[in-house]
Ligand binder design. Structure first.
Ligand SMILES: *Cc1c(COP(=O)(O)O)cnc(C)c1O
Length: 382
């Protein structure tokens, strides 16, 4: 591809000296799993996000699973999440033995619609997992209000939203907003707003390692302690195991790479927002394309347009022929995947958007020239 959806090379080339040195130091130290680098990363991320505890784990998926376990979600429980996300979100709920229940989304934010959460609450509901999809903070004021009203826990799936900041629900077309709730959490990083935040450091994420990695963040001492135990076979003290846990430790090589990259994350997220603003301007007059809403605090893990004339797949092929990459996140809603065949009634907005979404090339180093080339190609396609 002449313009790929994502190119990780320029970032490594920029930071090669720093990263190679950090890796060499870890190799010399022979501390490969957890260890000082992981501890330092955990405290730096806790500090960055403004949370009390950060616990490094093997992946974003494990962060979700361990968060659910730390909140004592069990078989027989129901957890409400969005039907429009990567399967790891629902899978983690199923893997702890609970039942995922799928709420619909708001078309203008791609995120879970609080009014449809309320409709799905039963006596078995224990938690809500909003996903800050594409880097856009979900409507956390309303979600927290519902959680308080019904005694539910909130786990934020922040896999796509490292560095995203909540600035209110009202930017989207939600029906009502609780001003008090909103003021209390405005300006906070995602992951620090619910009971627990789950992050992924998969290489393609905004803060990406060079392998798998994840992190659980929380302000609760109790949840933090349980998460620490669960990642190392349910033990506080070696060989004194108390719980059925996991082998889900973050390794030092990933941690040292992430520590280098953390210093640049704000600058990279700013570059992503810039690209999104440029795309929005350049595509503003296209009759069959809806560009994404740019809210304050959105970090554009993906820049995702809606193609409203039924020609999404044709546009994707047309771009590919010009050497321009694009991706569909996600072609099949979570609740309609083969794994859940026949179990769920589809959610109408999610179904519609799954047919319309197309994610265009975006990464911090993508030049304005390339962005313009992509937009011009799209403008030539009606
Ligand atoms: C990537 C991703 C995950 C899973 O993270 P891994 O580190 O790949 O396990 C979970 N939820 C969402 C929304 C994601 O994008």
């Amino acid at each position: 591809m002449k313009i790929p959806v994502l190119d990780l090379k320029p970032q490594y080339q920029q930071l090669k000296a720093e990263i190679d040195q950090a890796i060499a130091n870890v190799l010399e130290s022979t501390q490969f799993v957890l260890g000082p680098e992981v501890k330092l990363l955990e405290s730096e991320i806790a500090n960055y996000l403004g949370v009390k505890h950060a616990i490094g784990v093997n992946s974003g998926t494990d962060a979700l699973i361990i968060a659910l376990r730390a909140l004592k979600i069990e078989p027989g429980d129901e957890v409400i999440t969005t039907s429009f996300s990567f399967y790891a979100t629902a899978e983690s709920i199923s893997l702890v033995g609970a039942k995922p229940i799928f709420a619909d989304i708001q078309a203008d934010s791609f995120n879970i619609d609080p009014t449809t959460i309320k409709e799905k609450i039963t006596s078995k509901t224990k938690a809500i997992i909003p996903v800050h999809l594409y880097g856009q903070p979900a409507a956390m004021a309303q979600i927290n209000t519902i959680a308080q009203e019904f005694g539910l826990k909130v786990i934020e799936d922040c896999a796509q939203a490292f560095g995203a900041v909540y600035h209110g629900d009202c930017n989207h077309s939600y029906q009502s907003c609780d001003d008090n709730q909103q003021q209390k959490i405005t300006g906070k990083y995602v992951g620090s707003i619910g009971d627990v935040g789950a992050y992924s450091f998969y290489p393609t994420k905004n803060l990406g390692a060079y392998g798998d990695g994840g992190m659980i963040v929380t302000n609760s001492d109790n949840i933090g302690e349980l998460a620490q135990m669960l990642r190392v076979h349910g033990a506080k003290k070696n060989y004194h195991n108390e719980l059925l846990g996991y082998n889900s430790r973050l390794d030092s090589l990933q941690a040292c790479i992430l520590r280098v990259k953390l210093k640049y994350i704000n600058q990279w997220n700013k570059a992503r927002r810039n690209i999104a603003e440029n795309y929005n301007q350049l595509l503003a007059n296209h009759p069959n394309i809806i560009t994404p809403t740019i809210t304050k605090g959105h970090v554009f893990h993906q820049y995702t347009i809606r193609v409203t004339n039924g020609k999404r797949d044709a546009l994707k092929d047309y771009l590919a022929n010009l050497g321009i990459g694009s991706m569909i996140y996600y072609p099949i809603p979570q609740d309609q995947l083969p794994v859940y065949k026949g179990q769920y009634q589809p959610n109408p907005i999610t179904m519609k958007l799954a047919q319309e979404v197309l994610s265009l090339p975006i990464f911090p180093e993508l030049s304005l020239e390339k962005v313009t080339e992509v937009a011009q190609a799209i403008n030539n396609f009606q």
